[in-house]
Design a protein around this ligand. Structure first.
Ligand code: WQD
Length: 339
């Protein structure tokens, strides 16, 4: 029995592949390296000491996906990471985002139906809560709004999965709502490698620390939070990866459709993150206070107690561990996977 990991060469996918292999699962990665690098596969082999099965595949290509399932009859679960994820870009290119994110998932789900595969893990996001009804935000908070096409693709796919599960009682689906994944594998061999100027806070801070930017942009210091900057629930990518292993175990109990927040339950402000990173890298970082970024909310952090109760999963790493590992990755790979 094996687990197909689409987008397994990407940031969260690659960390999840390690945790799956270490938990004893057979893994097959499908990726087209749209936003990742073939080097990841070598590094995964280096970290795990095992040969990692890989298939070059575009999840939007029906024929390629069908071939993959035909050739690998042992697949009995899919973890679907392969998707576009840049909020700003999704506003510029909505058609590309809906086609790729929803189209890719549909293609995989159709192939699963044809080949009788019944277990699916979906990468969703805290973004589906929009401005959360309450904080900490639990899974019962209304989750049907978004402020950008990327977020809407997550909202829509969650609904599609609920409809599929209502029609097919043999399907098991875990919807995982990620908060803010950061950090890197402690080996420093894999980590986040965004294209161009990073949109997210942590990769921006990390690149400022290696000298690519002369200051850290702070989007707003006038929010109604303790220090005026935005507060988020940052979660170590290795903890997030372990959450996927726990979700796979849950699927194998024939649980039907389940939804979990994956976060730590703790919120940190932009200033607190910068301070933790300064401690990790041993230097002071200049800050430029800019206006608020459109679409941002003041604060959001998870109530992760459902995942703890039902999956037996809980984040282990704290913000200092996250910054230490992000710095270890960034300083060892100043240009990410590029030469
Ligand atoms: C965090 C905080 C910013 C950059 C987004 C998506 C979400 C998920 C993760 C996926 C906020 C502030 C940021 C910077 C800053 N998607 N900030 N300077 O906005 O919580 O979530 O990424 O892949 O769906 O919406 O994360 O890291 O962009 O921002 O001050 O240069 O840092 O205003 O308060 P966000 P983020």
């Amino acid at each position: 029995m094996s687990i197909l990991v689409t987008g397994g060469a990407g940031y969260i996918g690659s960390h999840t592949v390690i945790e799956l292999i270490e938990a004893g699962y057979d893994v097959l990665i499908a990726d087209n390296f749209y936003n990742s690098s073939p080097k990841v596969i070598d590094r995964l082999q280096q970290i795990t000491g095992k040969s990692v099965q890989f298939c070059l595949c575009d999840v939007c290509d029906e024929k390629q996906v069908d071939n993959l399932f035909s050739r690998h009859k042992d697949i009995d679960c899919v973890i679907h990471f392969a998707a576009y994820k840049a909020v700003g870009e999704s506003v510029e290119k909505p058609l590309e985002y809906y086609s790729n994110n929803i189209g890719g998932a549909m293609c995989i789900l159709r192939a699963m139906k044809k080949h009788g595969v019944k277990n699916f893990v979906f990468s969703s996001s805290a973004t589906v809560y929009g401005q959360p009804e309450k904080i900490p935000c639990d899974e019962s908070c209304p989750a049907g709004s978004a402020t950008n096409p990327y977020g809407w693709t997550k909202v829509m796919q969650e609904q599609i999965l609920r409809d599929i599960c209502a029609a097919d009682k043999e399907m098991n689906v875990a919807i995982l709502r990620y908060f803010n994944p950061i950090g890197a594998h402690p080996s420093g061999l894999i980590g986040e490698d965004p294209n161009g100027i990073p949109n997210n806070l942590l990769p921006y801070v990390a690149q400022a620390a290696i000298g690519k930017f002369d200051s850290v942009r702070v989007f707003g210091d006038d929010y109604p939070t303790a220090d005026g900057t935005g507060v988020r629930d940052y979660i170590h990518v290795v903890d997030l990866a372990k959450g996927h292993v726990a979700a796979v175990r849950k699927l194998y109990t024939n649980c039907g459709i389940v939804t979990y927040n994956l976060g730590t339950g703790k919120g940190y402000s932009v200033f607190q993150v910068i301070e933790a990173f300064e401690k990790a890298c041993g230097k002071k970082l200049k800050r430029s206070i800019l206006p608020r970024r459109a679409g941002d909310i003041a604060e959001n952090y998870a109530d992760p107690s459902k995942a703890k109760a039902e999956l037996g999963w809980q984040a282990q790493y704290d913000i200092n561990d996250m910054c230490r590992d992000a710095w270890n990755w960034q300083s060892k790979n100043p240009n990410g996977y590029k030469e």
